[in-house]
Design a protein around this ligand. Structure first.
Ligand code: SF4
Ligand code: SF4
Length: 440
């Protein structure tokens, strides 16, 4: 009998730990479908992507040119699959195979110095989705032992415990109880037939658990039927970050199972950027079938509730506030106006950063970079671009809608000796809810 998908993913992950350059080349070539091949052929070497990437901008290092990061995959493609590849190999003019040492060295370019943020994709005049291709190149790197050890460990933990940070149900249950005590509201768990299923990132559960209370207050006020699941509550997907479709599919299936078990109509993607891209955009392809539910990002839902008149706020934050756009939710996900409408509702002094919205800079920690210890120095250096954006606003507090961004921003702000607090948008909305009217 065939082992279950989680055991197969675990076995694939374990066998991938031994570096194997030939295997990496095979997966690179397998990843290069017709669309990717067309994209790789289209580069006109204009260098605009370099001017868009914060890692290149802050260091001036030409190795951080986005399209250059794809070189091992391009080389494998040119050697094995490009037009006249076999003739070129015969004549000895095909690019040589990458060695294991070269790929080990390249790991920094495909992981530590790429947030999969897509700013380079936006800048490319040829429409080359460099971020998407880096994501594909990571499949080859992770399958052949060249991903960062921290990400292999996180992926193993996620398969074993359900969470890349090792958060299990008792830890979430404890946070739920604390939030119930704090708000005086019951947090529904495993309610079959609820309209909305809330999933959370471990970062929220560990670092920003007040979001559970904020959701309870908002949904209570708006009359939203919702539930948390006791199994399948983890929204983050380290499989997407390391570049392993097997791991990503197993982690995603847990949410799908919870949604189908509880027969919900919607799954709410929480304040977590890459969870949104995994759940909303990659999910059905990963599991090989359409969902029986719809996915909605929490900020989209809050905006909808406000516009329907089901959620009212009163009063405004007096501080000068600015908003950090999480790359996967705004640039890659298209949720750009909803957070601004919500900000306008709760802030009397909301000010945009220069180059905000789809053009904004990453916090520096997306795409798994915040989990890679060896990348910390580079991540803090890359924050310089974000810092310039924030400084230009004169803001007294920074608001965002991704808990990973929030954590990364807090760390970088401390590192740079800045003082402004970082707030979660959902919590900010909950803070300004119109007081409940006494029921007749
Ligand atoms: S996706 Fe972002 S971090 Fe990665 S190469 Fe492009 S601009 Fe740089
Ligand atoms: S911006 Fe596009 S066309 Fe220009 S160098 Fe980068 S990938 Fe090539």
């Amino acid at each position: 009998m065939e082992p279950p998908p989680s055991e197969r993913a675990r076995a694939a992950l374990d066998s991938a730990r031994a570096p194997d350059a030939r295997k990496a080349a095979q997966v690179f070539v397998a990843q290069v479908g017709r669309d990717a091949a067309f994209q790789l052929e289209a580069c006109v070497h204009c260098g605009l992507c370099a001017e868009a990437c914060h890692f290149h901008l802050v260091t001036g290092d030409p190795r951080y040119t986005p399209v250059y990061k794809l070189w091992p995959m391009i080389k494998a493609y040119q050697r094995e699959r490009a037009p006249f590849a076999s003739l070129k190999r015969l004549l000895g003019v095909a690019p040589p195979e990458s060695t294991a040492q070269a790929l080990a060295d390249w790991s920094e370019l495909l992981y530590d110095s790429c947030n999969l943020c897509g700013r380079c994709t936006l800048a490319c005049p040829m429409g080359i989705d460099i971020a998407g291709l880096v994501r594909q190149a990571r499949e080859g790197m992770s399958a052949a032992g060249f991903a960062p050890p921290d990400l292999y460990e996180a992926a193993g933990r996620a398969l074993e415990t359900g969470s890349a940070m090792g958060v299990r149900w008792p830890a979430l249950k404890r946070q739920i109880e604390l939030q119930e005590k704090d708000t005086g509201l019951k947090v529904p768990v495993d309610v079959e037939g609820a309209d909305y299923l809330v999933v959370l990132s471990s970062m929220e559960i560990i670092g920003f658990a007040e979001i559970i209370g904020a959701l309870a207050r908002i949904f209570h006020r708006a009359g939203v039927s919702w539930t948390l699941p006791s199994a399948g509550f983890e929204a983050t997907n380290v499989g997407v970050q390391i570049g392993s479709r097997e791991v990503a599919a197993v982690l995603l299936s847990r949410i799908v199972d919870a949604a189908e078990r509880l027969k919900v109509k919607y799954v709410i993607s929480p304040e977590c950027g890459h969870a949104y891209s995994a759940l909303r955009w990659e999910g059905p392809n990963l599991i090989g079938r359409p969902y029986s539910f719809k996915v909605v990002q929490i900020v989209e839902l809050l905006d909808q509730l406000v516009r329907e008149g089901r959620l009212r706020t009163r009063g405004k934050d007096a501080r000068r506030l600015t908003f950090h756009d999480p790359c996967q939710i705004v640039r890659r996900g298209g949720v750009s106006q909803a957070p601004r409408r919500l900000m306008d509702g709760v802030s009397g002094r909301f000010v945009e950063m220069p180059a905000s919205g789809a053009a904004s800079f990453c916090c520096g920690g997306g795409g798994g970079v915040s989990a890679i210890h060896r990348a910390e120095k580079l991540r803090f250096a890359a924050f310089e671009c974000k810092k310039r954006q924030v400084d230009a606003t004169g803001a007294e507090a920074l608001v965002t809608s991704c808990s990973n961004c929030r954590n990364v921003l807090e760390e970088a702000i401390e590192q740079y000796g800045m003082t402004l607090p970082v707030l979660g948008l959902t919590e900010l909305v909950a803070q300004y809810l119109e007081p409940e009217r006494p029921r007749p």
